[in-house]
Design a protein around this ligand. Structure first.
Ligand code: GTQ
Length: 335
């Protein structure tokens, strides 16, 4: 492709005239906004150790009462995007949230979609549109766009979870806002007994009114499926996607969620992917290679990879490891 003229090739008086009229010449920037054959990502391969985050999060619990924080979260920010922009990737926001015993993070609803992946602690819960979702290690809980949600804690140890939101994209679209609300009455929604066995109710009214039929995906069930698959599948990644049980489609519209199992002493080369991805280790140990960089993940560690990166998963330990993945594939497929 032809080398194009630079801004410096133009007379400064001409450039000043353009600026005064809110005009910009395309050609000096054309190769930046349309680079040949693949994007130039701002997202850098970045790694956050849970052991570094946890003491700082516990300290935040001492420094800032929940009433003054609403959500007590440390954001996992990618230096490639500028820390102040609070992005892990251009689409994905990551935060580690702390809730202390008896604390309550009040009800609100917002335009960005969120999920929580429970990292540590027992007996906290998230209530989503009246459905009380218990939080246990590895569970995935959805709080889709526009649904009321609040977090409470009946246990006696701190509870920590990973928040994943499509906030950077929604904020960029100037579509991000929140509404505060009252404590929600808990309802018996029966969702848990309705889904998860490959069967869905035939009542049209139940199916028609709800775009998000399943809000909680228990880890025990996801893990069991991975372990069962590993027994029959000898090759390739053992990976399961979190889907809408009624449609089989991605469980949310912008970010996709899945879990991978890597057997002891196994190496998995992930398929080339045009979407940026986030890796969070639920159980075990993992050597994660992103391009030329290597990160050693232990339980609860998190990393992100830019688009088009070569990704290899090595499990050098004697136990299987289980990885939670968030990716930008759903929005890329739609676009
Ligand atoms: O728990 O509702 O990390 O609204 C960021 C925004 C968590 C939440 C975050 C939120 C929440």
């Amino acid at each position: 492709m032809e080398q194009l003229a630079k801004l410096e090739d133009l007379p400064t008086s001409y450039v000043a005239n353009l600026t005064q009229n809110n005009l910009v010449p395309l050609w000096p920037s054309l190769r930046n906004v349309l680079p040949p054959l693949k994007p130039i990502p701002h997202t850098k391969a970045t790694f956050w150790k849970f052991n570094d985050i946890k003491p700082l999060l516990i300290e935040a619990g001492e420094l800032t009462p929940i009433e003054k924080a609403e959500r007590r979260v440390l954001v996992l920010a990618n230096p490639g995007h500028g820390l102040e922009n609070m992005r892990a990737t251009s689409v994905i926001y990551l935060g580690m949230q702390l809730l202390l015993p008896k604390e309550w993070a009040p009800a609100h609803r917002h335009t960005p979609n969120a999920v929580r992946l429970i990292v540590e602690g027992e007996k906290a819960y998230t209530t989503v549109e009246g459905e009380k979702c218990p939080m246990s290690h590895g569970d995935l809980i959805l709080t889709p766009s526009g649904l009321w949600h609040e977090h409470g804690h009946d246990g006696d140890e701190p509870v920590i979870w990973l928040d994943v939101l499509d906030l950077p994209l929604v904020y960029y679209m100037e579509a991000s806002y929140v509404e505060g609300g009252e404590c929600q009455p808990v309802m018996n929604t029966g969702t848990k007994s309705r889904y998860g066995r490959g069967l869905v109710p035939t009542q049209h009214h139940i199916r028609a009114k709800n775009n998000y039929p399943m809000l909680r995906y228990p880890w025990v069930e996801a893990k069991q499926l991975l372990v069962d698959l590993a027994e029959t599948q000898s090759q390739g990644p053992i990976q399961v996607a979190y889907v809408n049980p009624e449609t089989g489609e991605d469980c949310q519209k912008i970010i996709g969620y899945s879990a991978v199992m890597v057997r002891s002493n196994e190496t998995i080369q992930m398929s080339p992917c045009s979407a940026a991805q986030v890796f969070h280790l639920i159980e075990g140990q993992l050597e994660l290679r992103i391009g030329t960089e290597t990160f050693n993940l232990e339980k609860a560690d998190t990393a992100c990879a830019p688009c088009f990166a070569q990704i290899d998963l090595f499990n050098r330990s004697s136990e299987p490891c289980f990885i939670f993945i968030a990716d930008e594939a759903p929005i890329q497929k739609k676009l």
